[in-house]
Design a protein around this ligand. Structure first.
Ligand SMILES: [Zn+2]
Length: 345
């Protein structure tokens, strides 16, 4: 029996499940008593890289099971060779896929896993725009729509990155009425901030969190992570408009350590230019590194080593800089209440 993480394609967060292998398939169970059996015939491998072991279900497109690498042998004897590029490419064959997917597909297949870093900057932002917009659309009623709050949120983005929301490739930021501490960059320059990242922080710390996510967008880390994690088949599907199945995974994409370090150092530069003190961001990361796991698990998973990061932010404080609050009290108040008065998540 091994521990796996299940994305059920319905709820937004992974569930811890116990996985047992038997010759005909797998059995999943949870302490709550829930269990499920899936026949080998309904499973497929979906391993975008050598470091991950993922299974998908033929009958449920959004379903993903992440397994520890130690179960590789059992998976192999159950399902055979990996479907490295995903079902779409497997079904129609690699060559037609290359033709259909064009230059990006060819490049990804040719360069494997070094490629995302090189290719991401060349994927036009407008290709991704529809994807990001569809995901934000998926959140539907969870989106906090208060106009003054939205204005304040955009003002905060502009404060740390002047001009960022302008132009055709401008950033779009949305607050979501979801009670998990998280903020995420989505494809197409969308940034989502979950409610506690507003109500349980302060303007300067939220400025730091936003600056970090802006850096992920600017550096094309989102595209890079999409290429790396979902593999080429999913990328082609995603750009072709079949978004829903992968929405949860896209929100919880994980970046490489280099990506994270770069986003942090970019954020520190942005805060300094904006004359926003980095100390509250440092204090926030410090707090998150200690808080109960259920509170911040998802954020920590995509943003590891909070204590070390906290120090880096705090250390960048410069007593010679005339720091100013990131928002006026009026703007912050509007932001604090922007998710209230809506159905709880
Ligand atoms: Zn990050």
């Amino acid at each position: 029996m091994v521990e796996g993480r299940l994305y059920d394609g319905v709820t937004g967060h992974p569930h811890a499940v116990a996985v047992t292998f038997d010759p005909a398939g797998i059995r999943l169970s949870q302490e709550s008593g829930w269990s499920d059996e899936i026949a080998a015939a309904d499973l497929r491998r979906y391993d975008p890289g050598p470091d991950t072991l993922r299974l998908g279900r033929k009958d449920q497109p959004g379903w993903r099971l992440l397994l520890p690498l130690e179960s590789a042998t059992q998976v192999k004897s159950l399902l055979g060779k990996e479907e490295r590029y995903g079902r779409w490419v497997d079904r129609i064959g690699l060559l037609p896929a290359l033709v259909v997917g064009g230059a990006i597909t060819a490049a990804v297949v040719a360069f494997g896993y070094v490629a995302p870093h090189w290719i991401a900057p060349h994927v036009p932002m407008r290709w991704e725009r529809d994807v990001g917009s569809a995901i934000v659309g998926d959140f539907g009623d969870l989106r906090c729509r208060n106009a003054d709050g939205q204005k304040a949120l955009e003002a905060l983005v502009e404060r740390v990155s002047p001009g960022a929301t302008q132009g055709p490739d401008g950033l779009k930021v949305a607050a979501l009425n979801v009670n998990v501490f998280n903020a995420a960059a989505l494809p197409g320059g969308y940034i989502v901030v979950f409610k506690p990242a507003i109500t349980e922080t302060n303007p300067d710390a939220l400025a730091g969190v936003l600056a970090h996510e802006i850096a992920h967008v600017r550096r094309r880390h989102v595209t890079e992570a999409l290429l790396r994690e979902l593999g080429i088949g999913a990328l082609v599907r995603t750009f072709a408009g079949n978004v829903g199945a992968n929405a949860e995974q896209i929100v919880s994409l994980s970046y490489t350590r280099q990506n994270e370090a770069q986003a942090d150092s970019d954020a520190i530069v942005m805060l300094r230019r904006a004359q926003v003190s980095p100390r509250p961001t440092g204090a926030l990361f410090q707090r998150l590194s200690k808080d109960a796991p259920q509170y911040s698990a998802q954020f920590l998973e995509s943003h590891p080593a909070s204590a070390a990061r906290a120090k880096q932010f705090s250390a960048s404080y410069d007593p010679r800089v005339a720091y100013r609050p990131a928002l006026t009290p009026g703007q912050w108040k509007a932001l604090m209440i922007m998710c209230d008065g809506q159905a709880p998540s």
